[in-house]
Design a protein around this ligand. Structure first.
Ligand code: ZN
Ligand code: ZN
Ligand code: ZN
Length: 129
């Protein structure tokens, strides 16, 4: 059985680049899915929390989503200017998070780490004006 979350995830996988919840909703309705906008929002949020989709906040405060290339735990390098996202592994971060959690007696340790910066093509365009 396909859950609504899976359906939202699949729609996002078929899309190129970042899409807003409204985009995903419109796409699903177009293909006959009986789903509400609120459900799409919630599914996207849950997928983002689970690390299965990348989420970015645009300058006007809207969240946009993209299916992650990898289903396993990873981190993102995000360009502040163009929103380009690179998926990166952070073995040192994984060890550090486990270590500080354990030190303080925490179990079920999870973490979210996003690294922001200016990508090489953006810094080139800044330099060349
Ligand atoms: Zn990702
Ligand atoms: Zn950039
Ligand atoms: Zn991590």
């Amino acid at each position: 059985m396909t859950t609504r979350r899976d359906a939202v995830h699949n729609t996002l996988r078929k899309s190129e680049g970042f899409r807003s919840a409204q985009d995903v909703y419109a796409e699903m309705r177009l293909h006959g899915a009986k789903i509400g906008l609120t459900t799409v929002y919630r599914a996207l949020q849950a997928l983002a929390d689970g690390g299965q989709v990348d989420v970015l906040r645009t300058d006007d405060g809207e969240s946009v989503y993209r299916a992650c290339a990898s289903d396993t735990h990873h981190h993102h390098l995000v360009c502040r200017r163009c929103g380009r996202t690179v998926e990166v592994a952070g073995p040192a971060v994984e060890r550090w998070a486990e270590m500080v959690g354990t030190e303080h007696g925490f179990t079920d340790i999870t973490h979210t780490v996003e690294v922001f910066g200016t990508c090489s093509s953006c810094s080139t365009s800044i330099r060349t004006g």
